[in-house]
Ligand binder design. Structure first.
Ligand code: 3HC
Ligand code: NAI
Length: 695
């Protein structure tokens, strides 16, 4: 294998190249190579200046994340960067691509920085449950204000090269594809000027208002609720202000190591790799997706409008079909409003907005307008009868090779495909609401779906900036099937003694953005009601069915859309609806339930045990290919806290045996709902984790 770091002499300039594809991560071999190269250049009398640059598509995008969790190996990054900074010969760094994490820290340790204009620079460690652990928290506030340092490090979002230039992080921009040459030219300039080494660590830290840290911590306590890394970032940055450089650096390292050992770090790195793994499917390896340029969307309601906007924003041409002229006008108006929202948020400029409405988007009530589309996505009412009717029409009108997709939430995609003459072209593309915002796309692969149709679903998600997860056909696929199951567990907890508000509070404290009852109010209680009515005929007589949710709907409380549901929503505030408690108490009395106190921990245990148990069945049945597919689904479609890594990662963290123990405990109350999944029992017996099934 070629060495990932090489040193060449170019006149008086020692040129160090880092070539460790795909992103030049700072693996142990790269660190060793850099150390050797810098020592060699220091000793070589012909060398007057040094250039470091990255080969390929980017400069160094950070530490090698795969090494985290393994025993650390010398040379460590902070020492290496100190060594580079200590060089008596000026060190120029030439930047392009994504200069992130340890890569950015290395750049801060160099003396002069030149970048290509499209370079992005940042410290995303916090998104992995870490803090910049190689001097980033100490050197950055010596170049930019402490406020800016806090913003960059606690949010983790990269900045543009223009902004970095303005802030004084980089010295100049060079419009070129050859950063090696740009670095050498800059080094030669510096040699000619007689420029010396210029060490960031020797600069004083920027001045700061005393209350700045308290204010920032108070803000983070809300915006990063439950997460430990952002507050540790603050401690490290405060160290830069209050301590000499070497002591601040040592404190940063100690805090970094603490985070490295945390469950949150494992969970966030699991999420990072799971999201990259999820699209790697044997069935589509080497399969070319079909070309998609023109999309048809059938149904312009909540979902159809969102799917249309997502398609338009990714450059696709869209024809929308509604039932009649009035519905067509309504859909055009919804789509235009959503696009205006994109203009307001700076995602779309006015010229692109005008162009889209003039030539990329049209709506009609005649299905014949879909004759040319490459992909038709149906988003009509959730009714098998209506869907079959729509697919019969699509089959008759759409050209051969066109993909026919359904956005159904629960229904059988194979039964929908069966009404067409081309079931191999039929697939489920399950978007989440709001479809132009939510990242998740469940690609529901039917029995007869062709591999290139599946590959097209994944390619479409990528084009839309979404994450696709493969799901098999069953009622609710991965996400909604799990949701239906944990809702039963939660409703059971309510019958047993908890109130909806107690459930919401406990789960928000656990890390969910919103509690499940608040989410139901937002989505509309009629949606779940309709679904429960649909499956009622098949309900097992042994099921303990809580009907307070149905009663609430019967009384016309549909959540936010009617102003009342589990909460009363008024003047921008939400308060618990007392009528809900009356309904619950009536049901408890009718069922002869003796209530007891259910504390927050038990609520979380029930919620997680139900989720993990159903997820284990879903994996066992092959509806989700691996546990990681479940995690990615819950993280991106259901607001599961990313820093817990998803339900399967959570189960591995607390131990699958603890989940099984809880299930057996809850079974004393309801042994129909709480039947352990065979896969969970097997893992516990064999002492294995869900992660062992991800390989
Ligand atoms: N370490 C190891 N592998 C990495 C990596 C890293 N830092 N960054 C990316 N990769 C891998 C990915 O897993 C993927 O592998 P695969 O092809 O086998 O799936 C491959 O590189 C390409 O990555 P992407 O698919 O994400 O490619 P994109 O072009 O979409 O994005 C990127 C490139 C913006 C660099 C993105 O990968 C990214 O954000 N990477 C993480 C950057 C990061 O968080 N750096 C900080 C690390 S922590 C650190 O530096 C600690 C320090 O303070 C001590
Ligand atoms: P909606 O009621 O807001 O919109 C449905 C639209 O379809 C209406 O505008 C209606 O006029 C139109 N329509 C009905 N029959 C039609 C036909 N034959 N031809 C053309 N248009 C027709 O419903 P929503 O919420 O957009 O749901 C649509 C589908 O998406 C359903 O299958 C639902 O299960 C699914 N879904 C809904 C989610 C949600 O949160 N609302 C999330 C994910 C999927």
């Amino acid at each position: 294998m070629p060495k990932p770091v090489s040193l060449k002499l170019c006149g008086e300039v020692a040129v160090i190249e880092v070539a460790n594809p795909p992103v030049n991560a700072l693996s142990v071999a790269v660190r060793e190579g850099l150390l050797q190269a810098i020592e060699q250049a220091a000793l070589d009398e012909r060398v007057s200046a040094i250039v470091i640059y990255g080969a390929g598509r980017t400069f160094i995008a950070g530490a090698d994340i795969k090494e985290f969790g393994q025993p650390p190996k010398e040379p460590m990054l902070p020492g290496l960067i100190n060594k580079i900074e200590a060089s008596e010969k000026p060190v120029v760094v030439a930047l392009h691509g994504t200069v992130l994490g340890g890569g950015f820290e290395l750049a801060l340790g160099c003396h002069y920085r030149v970048a290509a204009p499209n370079t992005k620079l940042g410290l995303p460690e916090v998104t992995l449950g870490l803090l910049p652990g190689a001097g980033g928290t100490q050197r950055l506030p010596r170049l930019v204000s402490v406020e800016k340092t806090i913003a960059m490090i606690t949010k983790g979002a990269p900045i543009s090269a223009d902004e970095a230039l303005e802030l004084g992080i980089i010295d100049k921009l060079e419009e070129t594809d050859d950063m090696r040459a740009a670095g050498i030219a800059y080094a030669e300039e510096l040699i000619a000027e007689g420029a010396k080494s210029r060490r960031t660590s020797e600069l004083p830290c920027k001045a700061v208002e005393p209350e700045l840290f308290d204010t920032a911590r108070a803000k983070l306590a809300k915006s990063a609720r439950g997460q430990i890394a952002p507050l540790k970032c603050m401690d490290a940055i405060q160290g830069a202000v209050e301590l000499p450089f070497a002591e601040g650096l040592a404190q940063e390292r100690a805090l970094f190591r603490e985070l490295l050992d945390s469950d949150q770090r494992s969970a966030l790195i699991h999420a990072f790799f799971a999201e990259r793994q999820v699209g790697k499917l044997p069935e589509i390896a080497g399969v070319n997706p079909r070309e998609i340029a023109a999309v048809g969307v059938v149904g312009g309601g909540t979902m159809g409008a969102g799917i249309t906007v997502s398609s338009l924003l990714s450059g696709l041409d869209v024809t929308l079909i509604e039932r009649d002229a009035e519905a067509v006008d309504r859909a055009i108006s919804t789509v235009s409003k959503l696009l205006q929202g994109a203009v307001k948020r700076g995602k779309l400029d006015q010229a692109a907005y005008d162009m889209i409405l003039a030539s990329k988007f049209r709506a009609n009530h005649d299905y014949a307008a879909l004759a040319h589309v490459d992909l038709a996505i149906e988003a009509v009412f959730e009714s098998m009868e209506v869907k079959r009717d729509v697919f019969t029409k699509l089959d008759a009108i759409c050209k051969p090779g066109a993909i026919l997709a359904s956005n159904t939430s629960y229904l059988d995609v194979d039964a929908i495909a069966a009404v067409t003459s081309r079931p191999e072209d039929v697939i489920g593309l399950h978007f989440f609401s709001p479809a132009h915002v939510m990242k998740l796309l469940e690609v529901v692969v039917g029995e007869k779906t062709a591999p290139d149709v599946t590959a097209t679903g994944f390619a479409l998600a990528k084009r839309m900036g979404k994450i696709a997860v493969r799901a098999g056909v069953c009622d609710g696929f991965i996400g909604n099937r799990i949701l239906a199951h944990y809702r039963k567990a939660i409703d059971g907890a309510v019958l047993a003694g908890a109130s909806p508000i107690e459930i919401d509070n406990a789960l928000v404290a656990f890390g969910l953005a919103m509690g499940p009852f608040a989410v139901s109010d937002l989505a509309g209680l009629d949606i779940g009601w309709a679904n429960r009515k649909r499956v009622a005929p098949d309900r097992d007589p042994r099921e303990v069915y809580a009907d307070f949710a149905d009663k609430l709907c019967e009384q016309g409380h549909f959540g936010r859309k009617t102003g009342t549901g589990y909460y009363i929503h008024k003047d921008g505030k939400s308060e618990p609806n007392p009528e809900v408690l009356q309904l619950i108490e009536a049901e408890r009395a009718e069922k002869g339930i003796q209530t007891r106190e259910i504390d927050a921990q038990e609520i979380v245990d029930r919620y997680m045990a139900a989720m993990v148990n159903e997820a284990a069945r879903i994996v066992e049945e092959g509806i989700a290919l691996r546990p990681l597919d479940v995690d990615v689904t819950l993280l991106n479609g259901y607001g599961f806290p990313r820093w817990r890594g998803g339900p399967m990662q959570y189960a591995d963290t607390v131990g699958p045996d603890k989940i099984l123990k809880d299930i057996k405990k809850f079974a004393a109350e309801d042994d129909f709902l709480w039947q352990p999944a065979p896969l969970l029992e097997k893992l516990v017996t064999e002492g294995k984790t869900f992660a062992s099934l991800n390989a």
